[in-house]
Design a protein around this ligand. Structure first.
Ligand code: MN
Length: 728
């Protein structure tokens, strides 16, 4: 046996029977007719499509299914291999697949379809890891990733039919995303083939130079491999160890990487050959190592014991490098048959062992048992998936920014968490979001794969409720900081006004005393750095105003019950006003004007979160309009004032929502129920029939603010019968 690696080229004459024959080598009982039917279903679905090579499309799913059978995957995965493109390319429904081929097959195909919709837009290195985690998080079933890897492998094998630009892009994506996945899952055969294919398209000159040099020495090398294999077999026979030995030249990509790393030329790379010794059990592995080391000189520092300490992907073997018969380095791997199976097909091998487990081989190694127990139930491999995902640390969900970058967030995160992850200011001003183009409120729960755009509004402000909406500690901290700042500012104002008022009765002011440098002693003794800090101390009642007065040299302060009472009642008054200011009866705060009558424009009916403008109307106070209301735009000569939403105002605002639906019986009741279900009250509803079997409705609903309005819109928009929703 010279080489055990997979064929490099795609198989153009593959037939469904080749796949079935391959499955028969490891699986006794399975429904061959169902598999054939599955193949015919795919062939029929793809009948009008062609590959870039000009071949009928079905050759692609056939190759994918065949690769999966070479990986000894379970029958459901093979069928999913045939069907993996029919949902995406042929509009076949998942329900139909479920009905014909079972839930498992349908779910694997749906998983593959989801992953193919992920767009790898970003070229940043740091993003690759996130994309990999995202794939794992979205796959849920490990078989989805394995089918996806087989799919990618065949696409890479036929990449030459694509445009040059696309070739490099696809190869780079494969190297960044899929090669590490294959490696992490321990599917070595797929990993090394993908690597070599990537090299061929990303650095074609290096690839072909290597291929040529390796080919030049081929006959010579084959002869050398044969004689080395023979002598190792001879040595092992003396100890009656039966072994299967193979030799091969190393994969191009690993030679290439070695050349790059050491900065050397092909001729200087010595250990081009690798040998593999497969024996019956672990004891023989170590015996074999001893025999080899006694006949060939080991290279110091090159022995690795992955049997005692398996790699994270369960890979086990002994590795050593020795000086071979021709005085050049050769690498030797020693392992058992089971270790070999796991090394070549990685997690894929678990399915095979699962089948065999029923027979309970006594000599089966404990770690294989452990893996099997972990993966007892084919229908429920979630625990096994958990182990893989926790290795990849894909604990959260993965979502897209508008630029196509991937962000990792915790489970249960909301658009608000996303907004704070993007930028603090975006978080503070967030009023809602568009998820995959649809409007949602701030409480929406994000899912992996969501593409998110945050809607902001300058007048938006964080409030205490937000602490309950967000999941991430970053967002919580930012909201707390903001609330604290607002609270401090309130205290500062109260403190400043209290002091100013108190100083009035002594015929002086803060300004006058500052000029004369009279606050020095106060700052020192009350540990305040400056006036603002002093005001905050006073406003938060850490210190009493009297304590300040006492320490000002030019103020002749007489402490008495009377002065204390006077100051205390002043405090009370100031605090009341401050509270009132932040808790106004009005929905909006008018710049510089108190106690003014404010009404909402009937024309545009603004709700909190909308950008607004105040319009002064003679004898009627101020009318508030949305900034884009025709009333504001049309009449420029009107006197406008700046107004802001009062964030403490919690009354409900009426807003009209105009809904167009397909005219179905009971539609009004269903829309109403959905709106009520999210806790929004409907004041009135108007219904009208339109031509073309359509219905139109105007709902007057009561919302707290813009984000609640968005919630109503998203819930109504989400209904199948609904055609459009807008604000009336
Ligand atoms: Mn495909």
């Amino acid at each position: 046996m010279i080489s055990d690696r997979f064929d490099f080229t795609h198989l153009p004459d593959l037939k469904v029977d080749d796949v079935i024959k391959q499955v028969e080598t490891y699986q006794k009982d399975f429904d061959r007719e169902l598999m054939r039917e599955c193949y015919l279903f795919a062939e029929n679905a793809h009948s009008k499509q062609k590959r870039s090579s000009g071949e009928p499309y079905i050759i692609h799913p056939l190759n994918v299914a065949y690769t999966l059978s070479r990986l000894k995957m379970d029958v459901d995965s093979i069928m999913a291999g045939f069907l993996h493109d029919v949902v995406e390319d042929c509009d076949v429904s998942a329900e139909l697949l479920k009905e014909k081929f079972g839930t498992n097959v349908a779910q694997i195909v749906v998983g593959c379809t989801k992953i193919s919709k992920i767009k790898f837009k970003s070229k940043q290195e740091s993003q690759a890891e996130n994309f990999r985690k995202m794939i794992v998080a979205m796959a849920k079933d490990i078989r989805v990733i394995i089918v996806k890897l087989a799919d990618r492998m065949h696409n890479m094998r036929t990449l030459q039919y694509m445009a040059k630009e696309k070739q490099v892009q696809k190869a780079q994506e494969t190297l960044d995303i899929y090669v590490p996945l294959a490696s992490r899952l321990g599917i070595h055969s797929v990993k090394s083939e993908l690597e070599d294919l990537c090299l061929r398209f990303i650095h074609p000159e290096s690839y072909y130079r290597l291929a040529e040099k390796v080919a030049m020495k081929k006959t010579d090398r084959d002869e050398y491999i044969r004689s080395t294999v023979d002598s190792i077999i001879g040595y092992l026979n003396e100890y009656s160890i039966k072994a299967e030995i193979s030799g091969r030249s190393k994969h191009f990509y690993s030679i290439y990487k070695k050349m790059q790393m050491r900065g050397v030329d092909f001729d200087q790379i010595q250990d081009l050959l690798a040998f593999r010794v497969i024996v019956g059990n672990i004891t023989e592995c170590y015996k074999t190592l001893g025999v080899i080391h006694s006949h060939f000189t080991p290279v110091p520092g090159r022995f690795k014991d992955y049997i005692a300490m398996p790699k994270a992907n369960d890979y086990q073997s002994l590795h050593t490098t020795v000086i071979g018969p021709r005085a050049e380095r050769i690498e030797i791997q020693i392992r058992t048959f089971e270790m070999h199976e796991i090394a070549e097909t990685g997690v894929a091998a678990h399915w095979k062992y699962k089948e065999r487990d029923k027979k309970k081989n006594d000599d089966k190694l404990k770690w294989v048992h452990d893996l099997l127990e972990m993966n007892q139930n084919l229908d429920n491999n979630s625990e096994f998936m958990n182990i893989i995902t926790s290795d990849l640390d894909a604990g959260g969900i993965f979502v897209f920014t508008p630029n196509g970058d991937v962000l990792e967030l915790r489970h249960g995160s909301t658009p608000l968490d996303f907004a704070y992850a993007v930028h603090t200011e975006v978080g503070h001003r967030a009023v809602g979001a568009k998820i995959n183009g649809k409007m949602v409120g701030l409480r929406y729960r994000l899912k992996s794969g969501d593409s998110i755009e945050i809607l902001t509004n300058k007048s938006q402000e964080p409030n205490k409720d937000w602490l309950k909406i967000v999941k991430s500690s970053r967002a919580k901290t930012k909201i707390r900081q903001y609330l604290l700042k607002v609270e401090r500012e309130k205290q500062r104002k109260v403190g400043e006004q209290a002091l100013e008022e108190a100083l009035k009765s002594y015929g002086t002011s803060i300004k006058a005393l500052t000029k004369k440098n009279e606050f020095h002693k106060v700052f020192d003794e009350l540990h305040a750095k400056n006036l603002d800090e002093l005001f905050i101390h006073l406003g938060s009642k850490r210190h009493h105003v009297n304590e300040v007065l006492k320490k000002i040299p030019s103020v002749d302060f007489q402490e008495s019950e009377e002065t204390k009472k006077k100051i205390d009642s002043l405090y009370q008054k100031l605090e009341k006003t401050a509270k009132k200011a932040s808790n106004k009866e009005n929905a909006v705060v008018v710049d510089g004007l108190d106690d003014i009558v404010v009404r909402m424009g009937k024309c545009c009916n603004p709700i909190p979160g909308d950008p607004i403008v105040g319009c002064i109307t003679r004898g009627r106070g101020i009318t508030v309009h949305t900034a884009n209301c025709h009333h504001i735009i049309d009449s420029k000569e009107l006197r406008n004032v700046d107004v802001e939403w009062n964030s403490n105002y919690s009354f409900k605002h009426p807003v009209n929502i105009y809904v167009i639906t397909h005219d179905r019986p009971g539609i009004l009741a269903r829309v109403s129920k959905n709106i009520n279900n999210i806790g929004v009250n409907i004041r009135s509803a108007l219904a009208k029939s339109l031509p073309d079997q359509k219905g139109s409705f105007v709902f007057e609903v009561e919302v707290r603010d813009f984000s609640e309005y968005l919630k109503v819109v998203s819930v109504v928009e989400g209904m199948d019968e609904v055609i459009s929703v807008r604000r009336a």
